[in-house]
Ligand binder design. Structure first.
Ligand code: ADP
Ligand code: MG
Length: 777
C-alpha cells in the first residue's frame, strides 16, 4: 500500500487523470496495448506509473517508463518517488552513463535508447510487466523503433502466458499513426483521452516577424508585467543562452527587493565576463559532457606529431549562432556583458515607472540542462505579491508543466536536429516550430483561467511557413543510417518492419545496396549447386565493420572513414574533413567582391596558388582537394578565423564557423559512442604528416568505392565525332556522360589517371568536386 503525504494527495486529486484511474487500470488489464492521450499537465507521466504500481504490476516484475529526454527520466523518477514516499532504490532511473537502479527497483524510468539496448540482450523484456512509452508524440527515431519492436514482443509474450502490457502515452497529437496502422497493430488499440479543463486562450499575432526575437520577447514580457493583470508569464526560446540573456535583462529591469541589487548584478557581470563564460553548446552536447565528465579530461597522445587536445580551452570561443552574429555585428542584441552600456528604451522606461518595484517579477529559467533542484523551483510557490515569469526552452512545451501560467510569449522558434544530406552529419539549427507545437505552447496559457498567447510572428507566417506537424525524425534522417542501425540491432527484415511511419521502400532497397558495397552488410553465401533455390532474396546481415559503423553519428560512407581512422589515430583529421564536407561552399569559387574582371582574375590566381601550396607535394598532393580543406580549416583557425583572413584566402567566413561548430558536435558525439577515443578538438589542427596523408587517402577511398573515375583517352571512343567532347574528361562508373575536374581542383594540372570524388555537380558540364588521386595498384 502506498502512503502519501497529505499535501501531495491533495495536489493529485486535482489532476484530471485521477478521475480515470479505474478506467485506465481496467483497460490495461483487458488489452495488450493502450494508447493514452492527454493534454500536457493532465498527470500522465507522474500518475500512470503509480496507478499500475497500486494495481500490482510491480509485484513480481518491473514497470518500465521510457522518455525521449534524459532530463525527463531523471526528474520524473524523482517526482514519482517523492509522491509515493518510496526510495530511489525503488523508483529509479537509468540513462546511458548513469543510473541508480537496484535489485529492489520497482519502477524504472529510462531513455528510449536504454530500453532498445536491453532488447538486444533480452528480446522478450522478461523482467518487465508493463512498458510505458512516454511522450510518444515527440516521435524520436528510437521511440518509433521501440514501438515497432514492442508491437511484436507483446504478442510473443502473450503466447508464452507471461503477458507484457504496452501503454503509449502522448500529448493529444495525431495518435492515428499508432492506432490506424494495421501493420503495426493488427487489432487497433483502444484510446483513452484524458479530458482536462482547458480555458480559452486568446492568440495575439505580431504584424511583422522580428529578426531579434529574443529582444522582442523581452520587451513583450516587460509590457505584460507593467500593464496586464496578475498571472504567470511563460516565454519560449530555443536554448540556454537565450534563456539566460532574457533572464538577465528582466532581472535588471525589475530588480527584486529580496535580492540586493548590487549583489545580483555583480554576480551576473561576473558570469558574463568572457573568461568565465560557458561555451554555448546545444543541450544535447551539454548532456554529453555532463553525463560523461571524462570527456572533459584531455587525452595525452602517444605520438608527438598529433597536437595536444583540449576541449575546454577550445570552447572559450563560443561556436554559437548568437556568437556568430555578434562577431559579425549582425544584430544589435549585444553580448550579455554589453548590457551595462546598452541604452535600451524599455529598460530606461521601466526604471522611470513608479511602482514597478512594488510588483516584483519572479524570473526563473527552465531548460534541459538545469539541475533538478533549479528545475523544481518552477513548482514552488511564488513570493508574496510577485509575478512568476519562466523563461524556457521547449522542455516546457510538453515534458514539464508549470503551474499558474496565464500569458505565453512564443518566439515561434525551436532548435532542431538537421541532417546534412550527403555526410549525414547532424547539427542543431534554429527553425520555425510546427503549427501543432505553436498550439501546444499556446495551450500552456489556459490551464488555470482564460489566458493569452503572444506570438512573435505573423499569422501569414504561421499559415505559409510552418508545417502542420513536425515530421517524425525517422523520416528526416538519411535512410541508410536507419537501416544500418536496425541491422546492427539484428532486425534483419527492415523492409517489413512495422514502423509507425515507414521510410520509403525503394529508398530502403537502394540504401541496402550501398551498404553492401561499403562492406557494412553482407548477403549470406549462395546455396551450393544442386540445392533448392531460396524463394526470396536472402536477407542481408550486418558485418563487424557495419556494427562499428553504426556507432558513428554520420552517414555510412563517412562512418566507414571514421571507423578506419580510429585504427590509425587519424580521427581529428577525418572529423575535420567530414565537418568541412558537410558545409556548402567552403572554398569560394568566384571572387565576387572584385570590381573588375582583371582584378577578379588576379584574385582567383592568388587563391589557387595558395591552395596549391596547401596541397603540397607527394602524398599530400595526392590527397588533393581533401588536403586543401584540412589545411584551410587549420589555417583559418590559426588566424583566429577573421573576416580579413577569409576574404584574403577565398574562404567563406560563415562556412568556417559552421565547420568549427560541427567539429565540436561531431567530436562530442563520437566520444559519447566510443568513450575510449577520448577525442578532443584542437581548432588549429596541424597538417597531417606525409605518412598520415597516405593513410588518410586510403581511408577516404574506402568510403568512396562507388565514386571513382578514370581518365579517358579520346582515342578509346568509338565514334570519332564524339571524341572532342571527351578531351580531358573522366568516365565514372555510374554516368554515361564525360565528367571533368573542376578548375578549382588542385589536381587539375596533374590529372591523375584514377580519382575518387565527393560529389558530381552540373553547370554547363558535369564536374567532380572534392577530388583525391587513386594510385593504380
Ligand atoms: P503530463 O505527463 O500529463 O504532462 P505530469 O504528470 O508531468 O503531466 O504533471 C502532472 C502535474 O504534476 C502537473 O501539474 C505538474 O505541474 C506537477 N508536477 C510535475 N512535476 C512536479 C514536481 N517536481 N514538483 C511539483 N509538481 C510537479
Ligand atoms: Mg508527461
Amino acid at each position: 500500500p502506498v502512503v502519501r503525504d497529505r499535501e501531495i494527495q491533495e495536489a493529485r486529486l486535482k489532476l484530471p487523470i485521477l478521475a480515470e484511474e479505474q478506467q485506465i487500470v481496467e483497460a490495461v488489464r483487458e488489452n495488450p496495448v493502450l494508447v493514452l492521450a492527454g493534454e500536457t499537465g493532465s498527470g500522465k507521466t507522474t500518475q500512470v506509473p503509480q496507478f499500475l504500481y497500486e494495481a500490482g504490476y510491480a509485484r513480481e516484475q518491473l514497470i518500465g517508463v521510457t522518455e525521449p529526454r534524459r532530463v525527463a527520466a531523471v526528474s520524473m523518477s524523482r517526482r514519482v518517488r517523492q509522491e509515493m514516499g518510496l526510495t530511489a532504490d525503488q523508483v529509479s532511473y537509468q540513462i546511458r552513463f548513469e543510473g541508480n537502479t537496484t535489485d529492489s527497483t520497482r519502477i524504472k524510468f529510462m531513455t528510449d535508447g536504454v530500453l532498445l539496448k536491453e532488447i538486444e540482450t533480452d528480446f522478450l523484456l522478461n523482467k518487465y510487466s508493463v512498458i510505458i512509452i512516454d511522450e510518444a508524440h515527440e516521435r524520436s527515431v528510437y521511440t518509433d523503433i521501440l514501438i515497432g519492436l514492442l508491437s511484436r514482443i507483446v504478442p510473443l509474450r502473450n503466447k508464452r502466458h507471461r503477458p507484457l502490457k504496452l501503454v503509449i502515452m502522448s500529448a493529444t497529437l495525431r495518435v492515428e499513426d499508432f492506432t490506424a496502422n494495421r501493420r503495426l497493430f493488427k487489432v487497433p488499440p483502444p484510446v483513452i483521452k484524458v479530458e482536462s479543463r482547458q480555458f480559452p486562450v486568446t492568440v495575439h499575432w505580431s504584424k511583422r516577424t522580428p529578426d531579434d526575437y529574443v529582444g522582442e520577447a523581452y520587451r513583450k514580457a516587460c509590457k505584460i508585467h507593467r500593464t496586464l493583470p496578475d498571472g504567470g508569464i511563460l516565454i519560449f526560446v530555443t536554448g540556454q543562452n537565450e534563456v539566460n540573456s532574457i533572464m538577465q535583462r528582466l532581472k535588471k529591469t525589475f530588480p527584486s527587493k529580496t535580492q540586493p541589487k548590487g549583489d545580483a548584478k555583480s554576480k551576473e557581470v561576473q558570469k558574463a565576463a568572457p573568461a568565465e563564460k560557458k561555451p554555448e553548446l546545444t543541450e544535447e552536447e551539454e548532456e554529453a559532457i555532463f553525463f560523461n565528465p571524462k570527456l572533459k579530461k584531455q587525452k595525452k597522445h602517444k605520438s608527438n606529431e598529433l597536437p595536444e587536445v583540449n576541449l575546454d580551452s577550445y570552447a572559450i570561443e563560443p561556436p554559437s549562432e548568437e556568437a556568430e552574429d555578434l562577431l559579425e555585428g549582425a544584430d544589435g542584441e549585444g553580448d550579455d556583458g554589453d548590457l551595462e552600456e546598452d541604452g535600451d528604451e524599455d529598460e530606461r522606461a521601466a526604471a522611470a515607472v513608479p511602482g514597478a518595484d512594488r510588483h516584483p517579477l519572479h524570473v526563473l529559467p527552465l531548460y534541459a540542462m538545469l539541475s533538478t533542484e533549479k528545475q523544481s523551483q518552477v513548482f514552488e510557490p511564488v513570493p508574496e505579491g510577485a509575478r512568476l515569469c519562466v523563461v524556457a526552452t521547449n522542455v516546457a512545451e510538453t515534458s514539464l508543466t508549470i503551474p499558474g501560467i496565464k500569458y505565453v510569449i512564443d518566439t515561434g522558434k525551436v532548435k532542431q536536429k538537421l541532417y546534412e544530406k550527403t555526410t549525414g552529419v547532424s547539427a542543431f539549427q534554429v527553425m520555425w516550430e510546427s503549427q501543432a507545437a505553436a498550439n501546444q505552447r499556446a495551450g500552456r496559457a489556459g490551464r488555470v483561467a482564460p489566458g493569452h498567447c503572444y506570438r512573435l510572428f505573423s499569422s501569414a507566417l504561421f499559415n505559409d511557413e510552418m508545417e502542420r506537424f513536425a515530421r517524425p525524425e525517422i523520416q528526416r534522417k538519411p535512410v541508410e543510417d536507419v537501416l544500418l542501425q536496425m541491422k546492427a540491432m539484428h532486425v534483419d527484415r527492415v523492409v517489413n518492419f512495422p514502423f509507425p511511419s515507414p521510410p520509403d521502400r525503394e529508398q530502403l532497397r537502394a540504401a541496402e545496396e550501398r551498404l553492401v558495397q561499403l562492406g557494412a552488410l553482407e548477403r549470406p553465401p549462395p546455396p551450393p549447386p544442386g540445392a533448392d533455390k531460396p524463394s526470396a532474396e536472402p536477407e542481408t546481415r550486418v558485418t563487424d565493420l557495419g556494427r562499428a559503423m553504426a556507432c558513428f553519428p554520420v552517414s555510412a560512407r563517412f562512418a566507414k572513414m571514421l571507423v578506419l581512422s580510429e585504427q590509425h589515430e587519424l580521427l581529428p583529421f577525418t572529423v575535420c574533413l567530414v565537418a568541412a564536407l558537410s558545409v556548402q561552399e567552403v572554398l569560394l569559387e568566384n571572387p565576387v567582391t572584385a570590381e573588375d574582371k582583371e582584378h577578379a582574375k588576379q584574385l582567383w590566381s592568388e587563391w589557387m596558388t595558395l591552395r596549391r601550396s596547401w596541397a603540397g607535394t607527394g602524398n599530400s598532393l595526392l590527397l588533393g582537394d581533401a588536403m586543401v580543406l584540412i589545411r584551410a580549416v587549420g589555417a583559418a583557425e590559426y588566424s583566429g578565423c577573421t573576416p580579413e583572413f577569409c576574404r584574403r584566402y577565398g574562404l567563406r567566413l560563415k562556412a568556417m564557423r559552421e565547420i568549427r561548430k560541427l567539429r565540436v558536435q561531431l567530436t562530442n558525439q563520437i566520444n559519447l559512442v566510443v568513450p575510449s577515443a577520448a577525442l578532443g578538438v584542437d581548432p588549429r589542427l596541424a597538417p597531417p604528416s606525409e605518412a598520415q596523408c597516405r593513410l588518410l587517402r586510403q581511408v577516404l577511398l574506402a568510403g568512396l568505392p562507388d565514386h571513382v573515375a578514370r581518365r579517358v583517352d579520346p582515342q578509346e571512343i568509338n565514334n570519332p565525332e564524339d571524341r572532342p567532347k571527351w578531351k580531358g574528361a573522366y568516365r565514372c562508373t555510374s554516368i554515361e556522360e564525360p565528367v571533368f575536374l573542376h578548375r578549382g581542383s588542385v589536381l587539375r594540372k596533374e590529372a591523375p589517371q584514377y580519382v575518387a570524388y565527393q560529389e558530381i555537380y552540373e553547370t554547363n558540364k558535369l564536374y567532380m568536386r572534392g577530388v583525391t588521386a587513386v594510385e593504380p595498384e
